[in-house]
Design a protein around this ligand. Structure first.
Ligand code: MN
Length: 332
């Protein structure tokens, strides 16, 4: 378990951002990690910051214990990502949503001399020596962009590609609520610096491996409406994974977003750990509140948790938390 925030120093003038910049300038070996089941934001932020630090003569290890998901392997430096790593002088978690979601990296991260938590998720307890938590930031990739700027590192086409991918995937390519003027301005700058919007969107959003499309088909075919028709529930079991030929599910829920009538989407996937559950709010309901009461986390429009027992038991448990949230959400 990573220890909670333990500030090394407090000065009147320094902010976490300034403290992080000082560490990035003065230290020489960095370990960069993100949450388990990594997404485009966490991976893009790690790779962009990693490339910036390497360009300044630093040693950088980007560590994803589960490897880089296929759809992000086009990113510059994806081939340098390791699946096993040693402790380093500085460890930085980007987009982690709290120490709990560090997963397999937590113990090694905690053995660094300086541990840094950089995140735009709200509501989790910060970890490490310096925590820069900015729920107003549209994505962790946006925070990485600000650090890269502060370090005076030029935005190369490679860095621009990683940062555009980070903020693009986290905003549903500029459709979700975090799509702000400043995010669009930053994205425009990335395109000026060499990011290719069409290629990045195709790789991460528009095109899926055949096996994943088949799996999404099975999820869509089994879709049911729940809680008075306000929730669409899809489930994927071991049998579905075998029939489709994959158990990689990132992207499946994007197909379900097209259901018009509902306020919340739920995708429950069978796994060794239990029913891994993704929640998406298409209306006013804050699904992160629901996920947190069930031991998970996330953002208001997108959150997740792991549920236990049979499918029926797991759903009953979730429905008990989701029902009241729908009621209060609809009053808001
Ligand atoms: Mn993010």
């Amino acid at each position: 378990m990573v220890t909670p925030l333990r500030p090394t120093r407090k000065t009147m003038s320094s902010t976490p951002f300034d403290d992080i910049c000082a560490v990035l300038r003065s230290r020489s070996a960095f370990l960069l990690v993100t949450h388990f089941e990594p997404d485009g934001d966490g991976i893009g932020a790690c790779l962009a910051l990693g490339r910036c630090l390497r360009s300044q003569g630093k040693r950088v290890t980007v560590w994803l214990p589960q490897g880089v998901p296929a759809r992000y392997r086009f990113l510059p430096d994806a081939e340098t990502v390791v699946t096993e790593a040693e402790p380093q002088e500085v460890a930085i978690g980007l987009d982690c949503d709290g120490a709990r979601r560090l997963g397999a990296t937590a113990e090694t991260v905690n053995r660094a001399e300086v541990v840094i938590d950089i995140d735009h998720h709200a509501g989790h307890s910060p970890f490490g020596h310096i925590a820069w938590l900015d729920p107003a930031a549209p994505a962790a990739g946006f925070q990485a962009y600000r650090l890269i700027q502060a370090l005076g590192c030029p935005i190369t086409p490679e860095i621009a590609t990683c940062l555009y991918c980070a903020v693009g995937t986290d905003s549903g390519f500029f459709r979700y609520a975090n799509t702000s003027p400043e995010l669009l301005r930053m994205a425009a700058e990335m395109v000026e610096c060499g990011a290719k919007p069409k290629a990045i969107a195709e790789a991460t959003l528009d095109r899926y491996p055949t096996a994943l499309v088949r799996l999404a088909g099975r999820a869509m075919a089994a879709l049911t409406l729940q809680l008075g028709g306000r929730v669409a529930l899809a489930t994927l079991t071991q049998e579905d994974f075998e029939a489709a030929g994959t158990d990689q599910t990132e992207g499946v829920i994007d197909y379900l977003r097209t259901v018009a009538e509902v306020e919340v989407l739920v995708l429950m996937r069978q796994s060794k750990e239990g029913w891994r559950t993704s929640l998406r709010s298409l209306a006013a309901v804050d699904v992160s509140v629901v996920a947190k009461t069930l031991g998970g986390g996330g953002h208001a429009p997108a959150a997740g948790c792991t549920l236990h027992g049979t499918l029926e038991e797991a759903w009953t448990h979730l429905a008990a938390a989701l029902g009241p949230a729908l009621e209060s959400g609809s009053r808001a």
